[in-house]
Design a protein. Structure first.
Length: 107
């Protein structure tokens, strides 16, 4: 996932990455091989903090893996599919009604 930050000049990035997009990059950089267990993923990735929203709030890899019902993943797609609801749920926590309404509007 990514969200556009306010424009502040040409030296700033085009988007802020968070959630599954960040985790996907971390998996690629760690050269994780599948099938993999949660323990093997933690060994390869470490207990890194992954941002789950554009505000920079984070969840550790271990916390995210603890919230999924399985501990073995056939491939990266299965892992990311299982973790997506975890990141989505975390983004929704603590967000008030008006913030959700604002986020839903297209402008």
């Amino acid at each position: 996932m990514a969200a556009r930050p306010p424009s502040g000049g040409p030296s700033e990035p085009d988007a802020i990455e968070f959630g599954i997009a960040v985790l996907d990059e971390e998996i690629e950089e760690a050269d994780v091989t599948f099938p993999a267990t949660a323990e093997e993923l933690l060994d390869a990735l470490g207990d890194r903090e992954i941002p789950y929203d554009a505000k920079g709030r984070t969840i550790t890899v271990a916390e995210a893996l603890d919230e999924v019902p399985q501990t073995t993943f056939k491939n990266e797609t299965e892992l990311l599919d299982m973790l997506y609801p975890v990141f989505d749920r975390k983004r929704g926590e603590g967000i008030g009604f008006f913030a959700r309404l604002r986020d839903a509007l297209p402008f």
